[in-house]
Design a protein around this ligand. Structure first.
Ligand code: UTP
Length: 455
């Protein structure tokens, strides 16, 4: 205990606590080792963002499969299909975030997101996985990372709604880290205990290990982890071509990328740092670089991260032994205020690990370009870009495009939110190819429809 008390952030907090809070505080600091506390305390005053200490060059274009010959593509696709059929792929959703920008009361996975049936994000993913099971004729393991804040409600919702066979859903909690006030004391709860926060999606590696899942995955014969975030209902999980390239190119970490729509778009970009592929989060990208153009007039750093990754299990095992850096963010925290003796919301300093900081450790990392309108529309904000409204619009427009291919038009009202008329469950189709095959069999008459739901 003595060595804990020498740490400046701990000393400082102790000095402002009331007598009745001290015991809970001391008990709660032991949740982290002295070394961990030291690391946070020392890094607290180191203000330089990691991204500014490196120089950038443009990253080569992502792997562009559009230009490849159909025979080659078919062979690659076959590789992916074979791996799915052998049961080598497990799905992983990171769902431990607090969704502060969206401001939904509860885990983000429980936000109703589809326009007609108002299915939650978790239900949308569950249907994608069920469709995969039907295609490849075997059950698929689904790992769901939760946090202290989201775990109970997430498990309860899965139990109540029966979205997916619970024998194949594996919930696991991510780690926590302390947060600090701008003045350098710990953020605490009313009883004096440290208010810990989730440690970022980069906490996934150690969390898998701690929860015994790396061993379990090996035992189930899993070789690849298909990773995606909880906020993007357009994510395409049945993509044997992406998997095929990942395998064929012997990549350990592959990512689907989309071209940035504007320099201001809030999306992480891929950069080349001394020959190694890295990703820099938008919040850490120097503004001048976001605007930089290449010789052809394109944004030099234009390959945006969709956070849809394929990871080799061997690589994930190696990452669990790494100490990834923590990124500092000035975000809202709930803290006990000594002057008013009550909890209040203020801007504090939070720490997060990012999964893509593992990228430099991966052999043959691969970028794979996809069409944004088909695969990427995350729900991040309460309004404006990347909101529930834009996400619903993008789902509807995607289905409308599919229907148009078979000469069916659907009435799309301007008010997507309250009055949408089209929805296609992933149980029916989750990509244009599958949609076209199936819709022909339905013998829908061509023409105009006011309402269409397909499952
Ligand atoms: P975001 O940073 O976009 O989401 O995380 P957030 O943290 O939920 O939202 P804000 O920033 O507070 O508004 C991207 C993905 O990573 C997961 C999120 O659940 C989301 O799927 N995540 C994020 C975690 O699982 N744990 C974390 O600690 C942070």
């Amino acid at each position: 205990m003595k060595s804990y008390l020498a740490i400046p952030t701990i000393k400082k907090t102790q000095s402002i606590l009331q007598e009745k809070q001290k015991e809970a505080f001391l008990r709660s600091i032991e949740y982290k080792t002295v070394a961990e506390w030291l690391r946070f305390s020392e890094e607290l005053y180191d203000t330089e963002p990691i991204a500014e200490s490196v120089s950038y060059n443009d990253w080569n274009a992502p792997y562009c499969f559009h230009a490849l010959c159909p025979k080659y593509l078919k062979a690659v696709r076959r590789l992916g299909c074979r791996s799915f059929r052998k049961g080598q792929v497990a799905m992983l959703t990171v769902a431990g975030g607090l969704g502060t920008r969206l401001g939904f009361n509860g885990p983000k996975g429980l936000v109703p997101v589809t326009p007609v049936k108002h299915k939650t994000l978790f239900q949308v993913f569950a249907e994608k996985l069920k469709a995969l099971q039907q295609i490849y004729g075997r059950p698929i393991h689904w790992l769901v990372m939760t946090s202290e804040e989201t775990d109970t409600d997430t498990r309860k919702a899965f139990r109540e709604h029966n979205w997916y066979d619970l024998n194949y859903v594996h919930f696991f909690k991510q780690g926590v880290v302390p947060a600090f006030t701008e003045e350098g004391s710990c953020v605490i709860r009313e009883d004096g205990s440290v208010h810990y926060y989730p440690d970022g999606h980069g906490g996934v590696f150690k969390a898998l290990e701690r929860n015994g899942l790396l061993k379990a995955l090996k035992g189930w014969g899993i070789k690849y982890i298909s990773y995606f975030q909880v906020d993007n209902p357009l994510v395409r999980l049945d993509d044997p071509q992406f998997l095929g390239f990942h395998i064929y190119k012997k990549s350990e970490f592959s990512t689907k990328v989309v071209e940035k729509v504007s320099p201001e778009e809030k999306v992480g970009v891929f950069v080349n740092v001394n020959g190694s592929l890295r990703l820099v989060e938008y919040s850490e990208m120097p503004e001048a670089l976001t605007r930089q153009q290449d010789k052809a007039g394109y944004l030099a750093f234009r390959w945006g991260n969709t956070a849809i990754h394929l990871l080799n299990l061997d690589f994930v095992e190696r990452c669990a032994r790494l100490d990834l850096p923590y990124h500092k963010a000035h975000k809202k925290v709930q803290n006990w205020c000594p002057e008013q003796d009550k909890m209040q919301t203020e801007i504090g300093i939070k720490w997060e690990q990012f999964i893509f900081d593992a990228l430099p450790y991966a052999k043959n990392p691969l970028l794979y370009e996809v069409e944004r309108c088909e695969e990427f529309s995350p729900v991040k904000n309460a309004s404006g870009s990347d909101s529930l409204e834009t996400c619903m619009r993008d789902q509807v427009l995607r289905w409308k495009r599919w229907f148009k291919k078979v000469k069916i038009s659907v009435d799309i009202p301007l008010d997507f939110f309250n009055n949408s008329h089209v929805e296609v469950s992933s149980l029916f189709a989750d990509s244009l190819d599958v949609f076209l095959k199936k819709v022909k069999r339905l013998k829908l008459t061509q023409g105009f429809f006011e309402k269409l739901y397909l499952e």
